[in-house]
Design a protein around this ligand. Structure first.
Ligand SMILES: [Zn+2]
Ligand SMILES: [Zn+2]
Length: 447
């Protein structure tokens, strides 16, 4: 299979055995990306033999697609139940998940999530727990999470990703997508830009920790990025064909995650920064910034770190003698940074032991041994200026200050965002090499 030529129709509902030793499979059966796609809902339900959908939207997505969907269902004499979240900003917590259960008809055999991020996460989770399949009616090309299996919810106020299932179908009506707010379109594109750093992070971990890695999945993830970049001028002016192409790229990116069985092909250090900011905005009760927009900005910062490291004159002799940063005050720092979420972060460290001195020693040995391979990875990450240019080409955001992220929050994220997950990235590598603080200082105080 030639991944660089791959289109969606080649992979849907298919499984193949891969050189990486795993069988990759996509459960997602139908993806309908076209002008007027929503009109096909009747025939899709008939084909999949669903009789009683439960349609979930919020007041915005109801207006742009939900109400139309319900009238299409009525026209076709299909019984349904429906719930419209009226919250200003929908928080994906216990209350929201519970309200879905309360409003769902007991005979529901399909959940239809109308929207993007949060609504989909909630429906995906409830679908998995109740073993009722779900469709997505996308209202904006704002995330590559549509075709993924993960549901990011707030459990006791702490962001937790639940492993669930892919949707059975994605319906993306280009007439609807093209009317999405420009920032949501920018967010989808910027989320894909994160591939530049997350795929390099994955390579680092393959080399340093012998982590599972699949070249085919990486190729697919890169392919999704290239598809989006190729139509960026059209995305900027909202051309429907370009928006459709972006949507397809986002779905392919989700499939890459499905193949890998984790978000590895989509989320590395740039996502750690984004999650850190999200947590802090929540504690400070600030209105959230779209996920992809944070990721785009973070990708520029992380590319800067990659650049610093490749400019460093290191050799195996120097590396072998590096000691890890002091951890005397680590727990207090984490409490200050993560506040209510600190306990989870501390527990994660107890479990993963990523900062453990023996593990550090072991990694330093490998880093010294395989430094040449690491340098190749560093060299393959584009310059931050190039990445910023690609973001600017769609009218995107490139600097933290453009979206209200102040210097302190950027600085703290550079130092502590790596603690949010046990995933090895450039941030942990810089910690290993005892450069993290120096580079964070350089990045913030450069002029
Ligand atoms: Zn593979
Ligand atoms: Zn993302």
């Amino acid at each position: 299979m030639d991944i660089s030529e791959m289109e969606l129709t080649d992979v849907l509902g298919q499984a193949f055995h891969c050189d990486c030793g795993r069988t990759h499979e996509v459960k997602l059966g139908t993806v309908e990306i076209s002008a007027g796609a929503l009109e096909k809902i009747g025939s899709m339900l008939r084909k999949d033999e669903f009789k009683r959908p439960f349609v979930v939207s919020d007041h915005n997505t109801y207006r742009v697609a939900g109400s139309k969907l319900l009238s299409l269902l009525s026209e076709k004499d299909i019984s349904y139940s429906s719930h419209v979240f009226q919250d200003g900003e929908l928080i994906p917590d216990e209350r929201a998940a519970g309200s879905l259960l309360m409003n769902m008809h007991p005979d529901t055999d399909l959940i239809i999530a109308v929207g993007t991020g949060t609504i989909i996460d909630l429906c995906r989770f409830v679908s998995y727990r109740l073993k009722i399949p779900y469709y997505i009616v996308a209202t904006a090309p704002s995330t590559d999470g549509l075709a993924s299996k993960g549901a990011a919810l707030l459990k006791s106020n702490y962001k937790t990703t639940f492993n669930c299932e892919m949707p059975q179908a994605i319906i993306a009506d280009v007439n609807i997508l093209a009317t999405a707010p420009k920032n949501m379109i920018i967010a989808g594109y910027s989320d894909l830009i994160g591939k530049y750093t997350c795929l390099a992070d994955w390579q680092l971990s393959r080399i340093i920790n012998n982590e599972y890695y699949c070249a085919k999945v990486v190729e697919l993830a890169k392919h999704s990025l290239e598809k989006a970049i190729a139509v960026r001028k059209g995305i900027d002016v909202g051309k429907p064909e370009a928006i459709a192409e972006l949507m397809e790229a986002l779905v392919l990116s989700g499939i890459a995650m499905g193949y890998a069985g984790s978000s590895r092909p989509s989320a590395g250090s740039e996502h750690h920064l984004s999650h850190f900011w999200e947590v802090r905005f929540q504690f400070e009760n600030k209105p959230s910034i779209l996920h992809g927009i944070k990721v785009g900005i973070a990708t520029v910062l992380i590319a800067e770190l990659y650049k610093y490291l490749r400019q460093e004159e290191l050799d195996p002799g120097i590396i072998a003698n590096i000691n890890p940063p002091a951890l005397d005050n680590w727990e207090n720092e984490i409490k200050e940074m993560y506040r209510d979420g600190a306990q989870e972060v501390i527990l994660l460290e107890q479990k993963s032991q990523k900062n453990n001195i023996e593990q550090h020693k072991q990694r330093i040995r490998v880093i010294a041994e395989r430094w040449e391979e690491i340098v190749e990875v560093l060299n393959a990450v584009p310059d931050p200026g190039q990445i910023a240019k690609l973001l600017a080409d769609v009218g995107g955001f490139t600097a933290p200050s453009e979206v209200g992220l102040d210097q302190t929050l950027v600085y703290e994220a550079l130092l502590y965002a790596k603690e949010i997950r046990a995933r090895y990235t450039i941030l942990q590598l810089l910690w290993d090499l005892n450069f993290l603080k120096t580079y964070a200082d350089m990045l913030i105080f450069k002029e």
